[in-house]
Design a protein around this ligand. Structure first.
Ligand code: ARG
Length: 373
């Protein structure tokens, strides 16, 4: 290994090694590039940890207050986009700890007392999920509301709008358009239920589990759990640091939600075609072709269909990552974050775009009204 392949700035855990980490090691193992977004959650969890350390007398009130205000200062830096990362920052957790120590001096270093990155990471992801999954659920319910509004509008037409009900893509029986739209709404209410259920199960604080077996210090994990608003505290420390069931569960809920959105998408691609002509998209929610001006494409509906593939992929990727892991923490678990973030981001955008597309689609349902008479 040539000297220039070795980083100057040492990572926090490098104190006991003789040489600095190789650039290749840092480049391959870092997670900062994607876990930066956990800064709010890491700081929130760190403040709860310090409050707990003060409450049980492991940290003096004086030192604790210095660390707490340093954490607030770091939050300010992130909020104002002035936080400066260093080459040795391996992930968001080490970056924040490094900065807290720079600001608070020696007491800052004590923030890690009785805590490992293993319980710290598990805490931050659970906090992130608690916030983000609620938002996804709200967007699901907003789409349900739109479907219901369009259903009521279809029934208010005189006569109520009907469309051919299909089996095997063959005309089967006429059905009310409201009945059809509500069928999708029911599926999405189940999605919202599943997300609420996942939120309940993930509402457990892993903080205090340490690297894998807690600490010999008289920690009180229920103080930090309460401080963070978790419903309860972990029962088994090995499980607490290695459990990513909640990630898999959220990814499943989102994958199934994505499948439902994909089925809606497929129908709207058909419905807006010249052959079906059941609906037409508002210009703001359609794309066109400069070469073929007669075309109005339902790209939102197509992408809702297309992106379901990656939502399913994110779920299967995490399940495959988990299946061979011995207890307790293994670095593999770092691979939970990108699929989780991606699925949450993607499904949020899909819900918002489909909602706008369906809410604004032209109300005349031309062929349907003429068939309804
Ligand atoms: N970035 C890592 C993760 O996301 C941090 C955990 C590292 N822990 C450790 N003991 N090396 O999982």
């Amino acid at each position: 290994m040539s000297e220039k392949n070795v980083s100057e700035g040492a990572a926090l855990w490098h104190g006991r090694f003789d040489s600095a980490p190789a650039d290749e090691l840092m480049a391959y193992t870092e997670s900062l590039s994607f876990d930066k977004r956990l800064w709010v959650d890491d700081i929130f969890g760190s403040k709860a940890h310090v409050t707990m350390l003060i409450s049980v007398g492991i940290m003096s009130k004086d030192d604790g207050d210095k660390v707490l205000s340093a954490l607030d200062a770091v939050a300010q830096e992130f909020a104002s986009n002035t936080f400066v990362f260093e080459a040795s920052d391996e992930d968001i957790h080490t970056a924040i700890e490094r900065r807290v120590t720079q600001i608070a001096g020696e007491p800052g270093g004590r923030i890690h007392t009785g805590r490992s990155r293993n319980d710290q990471v598990a805490t931050a992801i659970r906090l992130w999920c608690k916030r983000e999954v609620r938002i996804v659920r709200d967007f699901v319910l907003a789409l349900v509301d739109t479907l219901e509004a369009r259903a009521q509008e279809a029934d208010a037409n005189n006569p109520a709008i009907r469309l051919p009900g299909y089996t095997h893509v063959q005309h089967a029986q006429p059905v009310l358009l409201s009945h059809h739209l509500r069928a999708h709404a029911w599926a999405m209410l189940r999605d919202a239920d599943r997300l609420a259920d996942a939120l309940e199960r993930l509402d457990v604080s892993p903080l205090g589990a340490g690297a894998l077996a807690g600490s010999s210090l008289p920690l009180n994990p229920s103080v930090s759990a309460q401080e963070m608003g978790f419903a309860t505290t972990f029962a088994n420390s090995l499980d607490a640091v290695s459990d990513r069931d909640f990630v898999a569960e959220i990814l499943f809920d989102i994958a199934l939600l994505g499948v439902h959105l994909s089925r809606i998408g497929e129908e709207w691609v058909l419905w807006t075609s010249a052959e079906f002509g059941f609906a037409s998209l508002d210009d703001a929610y359609a794309t066109g072709s400069s070469m073929l001006p007669q075309k109005k494409n339902a790209d939102i509906a197509e992408l809702a269909r297309g992106k379901a593939g990656r939502l399913i992929g994110n779920l299967t990727g995490v399940l495959a990552m988990l299946k061979g892991l011995p207890l307790a923490y293994n670095r593999d678990l770092q691979e939970d974050k990108e699929p989780l973030f991606d699925s949450v981001d993607q499904v949020r955008r899909a819900l918002i775009a489909l909602n706008g597309m369906i809410a604004t689609a032209q109300k005349h349902w031309l062929r349907l009204i003429s068939q309804s008479g």
